[in-house]
Design a protein around this ligand. Sequence first.
Ligand SMILES: [Fe+2]
Length: 138
Amino acid sequence: MPIHWNPNLSVGNDRIDNDHRHLIELINLAERALEAKNINKLSNQLAQLDHYADIHFKSEERIARAVHFPHSERMHQSHSDLTRVLQTCKHKVDNTAWSDDMAHEVLTLLRTWLIDHVIKEDLQMKPYLMKYAPSLSL
Ligand SMILES: [Fe+2]
């Protein structure tokens, strides 16, 4: 079942919200490839997700520092961990024969990745971002 962005996920910054919408879209596409058991497409979607997450994390860290988010150092560490998780996931997809267990593991990992990033971590920035215009972009 695809995930849908909703206003409860808004961190109060347009750039970050738009990035999160796009990350959700990429995860939905990866899940669609997973359901279709299309391993090449899944690998391709994970590469795109990794690429876009990297762009997003850098931009988000610049914005976090600009709004004086006090945990921006911890955020940077967490982004490195999330990047490693994605890369491990892609490595597994590229080097493991298809199985329902593998598919389940990848699906769980992608959902957890998204929830940890957007809901558990980025929403903590909201009170700081709300002091600035939603259009703040760096
Ligand atoms: Fe984010």
